[in-house]
Ligand binder design. Structure first.
Ligand code: PRX
Length: 582
């Protein structure tokens, strides 16, 4: 189906004049140096993300402005001003200092979306720590792989989740302290290495001198999946705040009076870049809802908090579409003025649905954990081309390269999406994997791993991943990670994992398994293997489907040919099979 562009060039129709309006006429008008000047920096030099997102507002009329409207999964609510968060993060920074945490130490959170997650992450940045937020849905192996890889010293978690940590403690010799946040006052006896957040916070001072971090000092580590090996730690420096700030201002178009809601969890880079850093560096009030997805709940949150700018993901939008227009009609959503989406291809139908049902088309944008912030976007002042990721952000040069990563391709030609290296929020390394990091650059270009095309007007269109990485509900899953867990099951000899198309979550995970001698395929065994995987992996990374095969197709060197599994599953041509084992 051909979708006509949604005209947005008529500025009069927009309720708020876009921030970009002054800059859109000429890309040259945008300079990263100006963004640098709009941020404060530390007194006496240096840059610290926590200062830019909290403390600098305490010096202005934003001091008592609400930074966080929090609603818990049981309906409890709390609000925090910028001043509150500044003081609480100072306290937590003092707590960490007392525990001996120093600049460069890795500090991880493993919690549901409770306010303490923000206090802990930003407090840790104040001591110069490198923060690693983890999804609370991770199983023990997922936590172990991440903490172990970068030798985390501190883990902050809750009584509900700490049993997971207990299972893996022996494998984490570098982990010295576990801070238990007992927000809901459960009965819990502290164990070895454990300290109480509440007790330590009580005695801590509200004053703290932020560690003099430099723009190049490491600040954040997010683990992301690749085709081979375990997830790798994408490392960002404090300078990334320039990208978060600029894109929140110009792409999400945040204005001082906005109430903003990003539905992503801080365990995903979207939930930190745009659920913490982007909005708060701009002094914007934001809503955080601890509960999960539910069409009615989500619309209620928008209505209750009068959300104006909403940033969500295609899978969620498709689920809203599935829930139909009835729940929409029960709520007043007229506060909304601007809606955006990221994480997977956004179907043109979804863009148009938003326009029809909420009166606002979703603005798709594209980026990656590695890029730190939005790189390609549909802006408020441009026509939307439904199905396109939009155009490169100001200060970003994007192109499509040929298979040798040498020649830039012409409009309409499919190739590798690449970005000119050097933007401020570009990742600085993969933790302890410098070679892998270097391999992602060819000449001046960072190779994204995505395939795309560009049209005559400079809009980019996503084609697919260039590797085997699976995108399920906006979350990347490396097949190797899942295969490694599956073959730990006593019955499994070999496993091959692929993504198969799904109308709701883009791809679901399917595993092909061959069994060891003495085991017979059965429905019970399928259930048992799935249960086993669920205990160890993130809920999203568990195979939805599982099929037994007598043997898996392998190359002569013994590598499982996922490409062939996929072609056979989808009834596609098998392509070159010359390397297939006889
Ligand atoms: O394949 C692209 C897809 O998600 C990948 C990045 O995933 P992650 O590192 O988890 O990024 C989190 C922050 C967005 C990309 O390489 N992707 C992301 N946005 C889009 C997308 N695919 C199509 N359209 C998008 N708008």
């Amino acid at each position: 189906m051909d979708y006509t562009p949604i005209k947005k060039s008529n500025i009069d129709q927009l309720s708020v004049e876009p921030n970009l309006l002054n800059l859109q006429k000429t890309r040259e008008a945008f300079k990263w140096e100006d963004i640098d000047r709009e941020l404060d920096g530390l007194e006496g030099g240096g840059l610290n993300i926590a200062y830019e997102v909290l403390d600098r507002h305490v010096e202005t009329s934003n001091k008592d402005k609400i930074a966080l409207y929090w609603e818990g999964k049981n309906g409890e609510t709390e609000t925090f001003s910028f001043h509150d968060l500044s003081r609480l993060t100072n306290r937590f920074a003092n707590v960490l200092t007392k525990l001996g945490v120093k600049k460069g130490d890795r500090v991880f959170t493993y919690m549901d979306r409770i306010p303490e997650i923000f206090i802990c992450l930003l407090g840790a940045l104040k001591v110069g720590g490198v923060i690693g937020p983890l999804f609370s849905a991770f199983g023990p192996d997922a936590v172990k792989d991440r903490l172990g890889d970068c030798e985390a010293r501190v883990l902050i978690t809750t009584p509900k989740l700490v049993p997971t940590a207990h299972e893996i403690l022996e494998d984490l010799p570098a982990l010295e302290t576990i801070i238990i946040v007992n927000k809901r006052g459960r009965d819990y006896d502290l164990k070895d290495k454990e300290v109480s957040y509440e007790d330590l916070m009580k005695g801590a001072s509200d004053e703290f001198d932020i560690e003099k971090t430099d723009k190049e000092d490491y600040a954040i580590i997010h683990y992301t999946s690749g085709t081979t090996g375990k997830p790798k730690g994408v490392v960002h420096a404090h300078q990334a705040i320039m990208g978060h700030y600029a894109t929140a201002k110009y792409v999400l178009d945040l204005h001082p009076e906005d109430i903003y809601w990003c539905t992503a969890d801080p365990g995903w880079v979207t939930g930190t870049s745009y659920g913490i850093f982007g909005p708060w560096s701009n002094g914007i009030s934001q809503v955080v809802y601890e509960g999960g997805f539910g069409a009615g709940h989500w619309y209620r949150i928008i209505e209750k908090y009068k959300v104006t700018v909403w940033y969500t993901a295609p899978t969620a939008i498709r689920m809203l579409m599935k829930a139909g227009e009835k729940p929409v009609s029960k709520h007043n959503l007229t506060s909304l003025r601007y809606t955006c989406s990221v994480g997977e291809p956004l179907n043109p139908e979804a863009v148009v649905w938003g326009d029809k049902v909420v009166g606002l088309p979703f603005h798709d944008n594209w980026w990656q954990t590695e890029t730190g912030c939005i790189q390609i976007a549909n802006y408020p002042v441009q026509d939307i081309r439904p199905g396109s990721m939009g155009r490169p952000f100001l200060g970003v040069t994007a192109t499509i390269l040929d298979d040798n990563f040498e020649k830039e391709l012409s409009p309409g030609e499919e190739g590798h999406l690449a970005l000119k290296k050097g933007w401020p929020s570009m990742f600085r390394t993969y933790w302890n994997k410098q070679e892998l990091y270097d391999s992602r650059f060819k000449g001046d270009w960072y190779i994204t791993g995505d395939k795309a095309t560009r049209d005559e007007e400079g809009y980019f269109w996503f084609v697919g991943r260039a590797d085997d990485v699976i995108n399920t509900g906006g979350h990347l899953v490396g097949p190797f990670e899942v295969e490694s867990v599956l073959i730990e099951h006593p019955a499994v000899a070999e496993a091959g994992v692929i993504g198969i198309p799904d109308p709701l979550v883009m791809e679901v995970i399917k595993a092909f398994v061959s069994l060891k001698d003495g085991y017979e395929p059965s429905d019970d065994l399928i259930k048992d293997i799935k249960r086993f995987a669920r205990k160890k992996l993130h809920a999203l990374a568990c195979p939805r489907k599982l099929e037994f095969l007598p043997g898996l197709p392998k190359t002569k060197s013994g590598k499982i040919m996922r490409r062939l599994l996929k072609a056979r599953e989808l009834g596609l041509p098998e392509g070159d099979t010359s390397t297939l084992e006889e």
